[in-house]
Design a protein around this ligand. Structure first.
Ligand SMILES: [Zn+2]
Length: 355
């Protein structure tokens, strides 16, 4: 079989996600149309076994910590360590072998199959949007009903995390579940609850969102709260976000539910900060470098957020031609994140004096 004569659409029409998954023995936890697995086709094994989400109907996949994503051909390329662009004929050949397509297959039939699949995908997407709408309404009710106080949750914040739990409670930034789990809300830019995210005090999963709710949005603060001259802090995860609220008590703190959300938040927030004359601080986790020597995911997404902020005009030059930065990447030195560094005594004012 020569790769040159294989028709891409014909192969795609016949290529079924289930066949690709079984060919490469990709297994994991299945929920509805979603399969969660721990190996990313693009960046390899992840520490979390549910880090990669694969839609078993469409074959689209996404590596949640990194934001790598693609469809079936990208998956086949990744698993075989091929480059989808450079090695495309080889990838297509492999896909054709899985799909059982030969170069003489009928392209008209393939087009009909593709059109039908596209319609199915649109229907699935609409159903997903409806599920998400209703999950968001549920999350809003859950947030209202959570406890304002919980001795165990308060102890966790104060002792394990070195945070002033009373202040967080007084400012209504944090609420608690029945078992003491620490909850924060994920907000739309207009200030509606999109999700509730909790830091679990026990069990395997550390951080959980509400099922079927979106991950995009901002923890604790909302973009709509950015006013003239506001200090804005982008932080990652529940605990760093709460820590930022104490470290910068007057700031609007926008928490990212996962490092991958940081650039998205910067895209929405930075232009507003630039326009309204405020200042932006980016607190990316100091993740260890990856096996291939590339920076850790927190640093990488933080750098991306930084580039977006610069693009939005947060670095300018003064009359003397000196650069004036209104965006700052916060440096935690040897510490792995903002909370670690805060517990070790670091405060924003101290950093500015040192700079
Ligand atoms: Zn990945």
């Amino acid at each position: 079989m020569t790769a040159g004569r294989l028709d891409r659409d014909t192969v795609l029409a016949a290529l079924r996600p289930e066949d690709v998954l079984s060919t490469y023995q990709i297994q994991g936890r299945r929920q509805g149309d979603e399969l969660r697995t721990g190996v990313c086709p693009a960046c390899g094994p992840r520490t979390r076994r549910d880090a990669v989400s694969i839609n078993v109907v469409t074959g689209r996949w996404r590596c949640l910590p990194h934001g790598c994503s693609g469809a079936l051909l990208e998956l086949i390329a990744g698993v075989n360590q091929l480059d989808i662009r450079r090695d495309f004929p080889r990838v297509l050949e492999m896909a054709a072998a899985i799909a059982g397509v030969t170069p003489d297959a009928d392209p008209a039939e393939a087009r009909r199959v593709l059109e039908r699949r596209a319609a199915e995908e649109r229907a699935a997407e609409e159903a997903r949007a409806r599920r998400q709408e209703s999950a968001m309404r549920t999350a809003g009710c859950v947030w209202k009903d959570l406890r304002r106080l919980h001795p165990e949750g308060q102890r966790y914040l104060a002792i394990a995390r070195g945070l002033d739990a009373d202040e967080l409670i007084t400012r209504d930034l944090v609420r608690f579940g029945d078992a003491g789990d620490v909850y924060v809300a994920l907000w739309s830019s207009g200030g509606e609850v999109r999700n509730v995210v909790r830091r679990c005090l026990r069990g395997d999963a550390k951080v959980l969102g509400w099922p079927a709710c979106p991950t995009s949005g901002t923890l604790v603060g909302c973009v709509g709260g950015i006013g003239r001259g506001t200090t804005v802090v982008i932080a990652e995860g529940v605990i760093d976000t709460l820590t930022a609220c104490l470290a910068w008590p007057d700031a609007v703190v926008l928490g990212a539910h996962g490092a991958a959300e940081m650039p998205t938040i910067a895209k929405v927030a930075a232009p507003r900060v630039a326009q309204l004359g405020g200042e932006l601080f980016i607190c990316a986790h100091n993740d260890p470098p990856r096996k291939d020597g590339q920076p850790g995911v927190g640093q990488e997404r933080g750098d991306e957020a930084m580039a977006i902020a610069i693009e939005a005009g947060l670095v300018s030059t003064d009359a003397a031609g000196e650069p004036v930065a209104r965006v700052h990447a916060v440096d935690f030195g040897p510490h792995k994140d903002l909370n670690d560094s805060y517990r070790a005594g670091w405060r924003p004012a101290l950093q500015r004096r040192a700079a």
